[in-house]
Design a protein around this ligand. Structure first.
Ligand SMILES: Nc1nc2c(ncn2[C@@H]2O[C@H](COP(=O)(O)OP(=O)(O)O)[C@@H](O)[C@H]2O)c(=O)[nH]1
Ligand SMILES: [Mg+2]
Length: 427
């Protein structure tokens, strides 16, 4: 294939060291022009230290054809992290024949060169963006190919082959065993359904779990937020109504990304500013994945707490706070001493259980799986009834096309460019 050389920084601005990658058919020649110590026959991954023609010094790292990230001959340079030094080296590479890479172009090349499938390429983006333990773990698993492995593509292709053989050699092979094929397709359908069910957890893992902390004034909502954050973000006072606006903080709970929302409370109020806060609280509750309804253990469950509970969905979790002052039934915690807080961690973990065999798919992948499930079931219907087998083949081919869009085998160019556009420069 013909891949003109491209160049871009691969590290973010602000570090002590900066990395730059050149990739393409003539990457090694370009490296030779900007780095005089570049070896005549560079060995894969054999780093060389020396000066660049820009004046800065650093390390040049060769990648042999089909061995590096992009699958093309490539070179990576590590120099001092000065933005000016980076700019000069990139300019020099451009003068030597490279063009500046588009965002995502390195990964796009890796895909075009067969180093990654499309789901793996998307996982690279997730991997780089991951900020919590579970996000990282899931992105690594998907970058290793977990999505493609979980698709029943081969099973479906097997069924297509069986039907085609019978269409072509109907005399030799006899009647098509339609019920057996419907069964084989059902196991593929079950697999697709199971995979589709991971999409909700996948979405939560990518966007973060929204947790609204609600309750009447002074029950300790802000104190709980501060306890979970490990620092004093929200103002805590013994005067009711101090948190007039909702506060949002992103933290990691049980390795999961969580957006905690300390609401202003849900009480009726004459104060105009507080009223806006109350309005926002209702919105936060509506958008939340988890609602923690705090009440004061020293006062017990009061009528005012019940009034709030009546405005909440039944999924809201009742939590007795200030359990250090008075023991309470059910889920009891203390925002001050930290007792019982680990039970809240478990509440969060339930949304994205650990140890799932299947990858947590993205919304895009879920859409294709849904479409694939649809055409697969039409193929089953066609086979179950006395409809010519060609129609079933048509539906099964459509199914394969939908699944192929997940891995990129059947992805149209505009789908590819849409996906790679989402990447940052240097990816
Ligand atoms: N002893 C004890 N006091 C608490 C606890 N949580 C909050 N408080 C106190 O209760 C008061 C109100 O807390 P705050 O977090 O501002 O309540 P909010 O209005 O619901 O946000 C403050 O004086 C806190 O120090 C707790 O678990 N134990
Ligand atoms: Mg508060």
């Amino acid at each position: 294939m013909n891949f003109p050389p491209i160049v871009a920084p691969i590290t973010a601005v602000g570090g002590a060291v900066a990395g730059i990658r050149v990739s393409g058919d003539t990457a090694h020649q370009i490296a030779g022009q900007v780095f005089p110590h570049w070896p005549e026959n560079p060995a894969h991954l054999q780093a060389v230290y020396g000066p660049f023609i820009t004046g800065d010094d650093g390390i040049a790292l060769p990648f042999a054809n089909q061995r590096g990230y992009t699958g093309e001959p490539a070179a990576e340079f590590f120099i001092h992290g000065s933005p000016e030094s980076v700019r000069q080296l990139i300019d020099t590479c451009i003068q030597a024949g490279a063009t500046l890479a588009r965002p995502g172009e390195f990964t796009e090349r890796a895909f075009l060169n067969g180093r990654l499938d499309l789901a793996q390429a998307e996982a690279v983006r997730d991997l780089v963006a991951s900020q919590t333990e579970r996000q990282l773990k899931e992105a690594i698993r998907q970058r290793q190919g977990a999505v493609a492995k979980s698709l029943p593509t081969d099973q479906i292709i097997g069924v297509i082959a069986t039907i085609e053989a019978h269409v072509d050699f109907s005399e030799e092979l006899g009647e098509l065993d339609r019920p057996a094929l419907v069964d084989r397709l059902q196991s593929a359908a079950d697999q697709l359904n199971a995979l589709h069910q991971t999409a909700i957890a996948g979405q939560l893992l990518r966007r973060g779990i929204r947790i609204a902390i609600v309750g009447r004034p002074n029950v300790g909502k802000s104190s709980l937020l501060n306890r979970l954050l490990g620092r004093d973000r929200a103002i805590v006072t013994p005067i009711a109504g101090t948190t007039r606006d909702s506060l949002e903080e992103t933290i990691q709970i049980a390795g999961l990304p969580c957006i905690l929302i300390d609401t202003a409370g849900l009480r009726e109020t004459e104060d105009e500013v507080e009223a806006i806060g109350v309005q926002r609280s209702h919105q936060a509750v509506g958008e939340a994945d988890i609602i923690w309804h705090l009440y004061d253990a020293t006062e017990g469950w009061t009528e005012a707490d019940q009034t709030i509970a009546n405005q909440l969905p039944p999924t809201a979790v009742r939590i007795a706070n200030k359990a250090d002052l008075k023991p309470a039934e059910g889920l009891a915690i203390s925002a001050v001493t930290g007792q019982g807080i680990e039970k809240l961690h478990q509440e969060v973990e339930r949304l994205i259980p650990t140890g799932l065999d299947l990858p947590l798919i993205s919304d895009r992948q879920a859409e294709e799986i849904k479409a694939a499930t649809q055409t697969l079931s039409e193929a089953q219907i066609a086979l179950a009834q006395d409809i010519p087998a060609d129609l079933a083949i048509t539906f099964l081919r459509e199914t394969i096309i939908h699944l192929g869009r997940i891995t990129g085998e059947t992805a149209e160019p505009d789908l590819l460019s849409r996906i790679f556009q989402d990447f940052c420069l240097g990816k």
